[in-house]
Design a protein around this ligand. Structure first.
Ligand SMILES: Cc1cc2nc3c(=O)[nH]c(=O)nc-3n(C[C@H](O)[C@H](O)[C@H](O)COP(=O)(O)O)c2cc1C
Length: 394
């Protein structure tokens, strides 16, 4: 039997195979963040398709940490019954489910929040929405940490098998980790140890409230691809070594600060027309020029985060490593599981197109994914459309 279909543990949770559905914003919750039947139907189908571990799209832990208009929320106890229906549906088909807990920090908009977004620093104007973020006070930081631990408690009450702290992709924790975005000189910035402090405090706080056997994993950038001074694989290795010392139950490696280098996160085609049309008329010429410039520069390379993953693996020892980013063929996945580069294969876009993909792999009716990384699903998100494959040749 292929290693892909062998079980492996994250903490004390046995995952039935090595396939992970990486978190993907669904744009399917109600405007106030409640789970809908549509969301449940999507994950029921994925669980039926034999994915070992499902990580639904990022859930905001606080109303001030909301990134997208139809994002699932986990910031209030009234959300627990809906979330419980979601875990129940997935468990009914033998899959495990971890909730990804997130706070957007300054990577959101006034339109979504109804107030100025806040982050570690206020020096950099948001290049897309042009606002200057509010610099978080000590109280704001403590509120955010508390929001993560309250949300973790709700995840446990809703029956999630584990949680994933979102420390990647330019959201709040990633902002603090990044020397490019964090120019503080207090306890939360100025040195690598200080920039790591928010992640460490969040990890400690969630652990304090969760049942001892509930795994906590972290998604982190192995490279920010910032214009300058961002997280590099070497800095990520230092951070991940500290995560391993704190006995985190797993690490998922990703990359990019989307506001500054969004195509690095996904790679593949640049849907110039669709992305441009997501902006108000007066911004479109500028958006057209900016996105057109990216065309052809980010072609998908299979397993594009694996070089970074290899660097951090030397510091993380036996901590399970989940690698996402351009996993496309069975042979490639198998080879990198066998050589120990990763312990789990995570995919996002391929599962949007083919929820039954793992089943097809297992039954031998597919050897590679059919997703062509056209990124229409990514552009659809900007148009507030629900998550699905929008490839015109489907
Ligand atoms: C439409 C869309 C939504 C995404 N939403 C999230 C998210 O909520 N949380 C997250 O950590 N990553 C998110 N990502 C990034 C993916 O998890 C993944 O890291 C990236 O797509 C690369 O993997 P792939 O090549 O398998 O698609 C999203 C990606 C896409 C295309």
């Amino acid at each position: 039997m292929s290693i892909l279909f062998t079980p492996y543990k994250i903490g004390n949770r046995e995952i039935k195979n090595r396939f992970v559905k990486s978190a993907t914003y669904e744009s399917m919750a109600t405007p106030d963040g409640m789970v809908t039947d549509k969301l449940i139907a999507m994950y029921t189908l994925l669980a039926k398709g034999d994915v070992g571990l499902i990580i639904p799209g990022f859930m905001n832990v606080h109303p001030d940490g909301k990134a997208m208009p139809f994002q699932t929320g986990i910031f209030d106890d009234t959300m627990i019954p809906g979330l419980r229906r979601l875990t129940g549906a997935v468990h009914g088909h033998g899959a495990k489910i971890f909730f990804q807990l997130a706070h957007a920090g300054m990577q959101t908009s006034k339109e979504v929040l109804g107030r100025t977004p806040m982050g570690p620093s206020s020096s950099r104007r948001d290049p897309v929405y042009l606002f200057k973020p509010a610099r978080m006070t000590q109280d704001d930081i403590m509120t955010a940490i508390r929001a993560f631990s309250d949300a973790a408690q709700r995840a446990a009450q809703a029956g999630a098998d584990g949680i994933q702290i979102h420390a990647a992709h330019g959201y709040l924790i990633s902002q603090f980790l990044s020397p490019f975005l964090n120019d503080r000189d207090d306890a939360w910035g100025g040195t690598d140890e200080n920039r790591f402090r928010l992640l460490k405090e969040v990890l400690t706080a969630v652990r304090r409230v969760l049942p001892a056997d509930m795994p906590v994993i972290v998604k982190i950038n192995v490279n920010d691809f910032a214009p300058k001074d961002g997280v590099t694989p070497e800095l990520a290795k230092k951070y991940c070594g500290w995560l391993a010392a704190l006995k985190v139950d797993g690490i998922e490696t990703s990359c990019s600060l989307p506001v500054y280098s969004f195509m690095n996160m996904v790679r593949g085609d640049v849907p110039v027309r669709e992305l441009t049309r997501a902006f108000p008329l007066w911004k479109r010429p500028f958006a057209w020029v900016m996105t057109k410039r990216l065309e052809g520069k980010y072609n998908l390379e299979e397993g594009y985060n694996l070089e970074g993953a290899k660097v951090i693996k030397s510091a993380t020892g036996s901590t399970p490593l989940i690698a996402v980013g351009g996993m496309r063929s069975l042979r490639f996945m198998e080879q990198h599981l066998l050589d120990g580069t990763m312990d789990f294969v995570a995919m996002a876009r391929p599962f949007i197109r083919e929820p039954l993909l793992v089943k097809r792999f297992r039954e031998g009716t597919a050897e590679a994914v059919s997703c062509v990384s056209c990124n229409q699903c990514f552009a659809a998100m900007m148009h507030k459309l629900p998550l699905r494959c929008y490839n015109k040749n489907l």
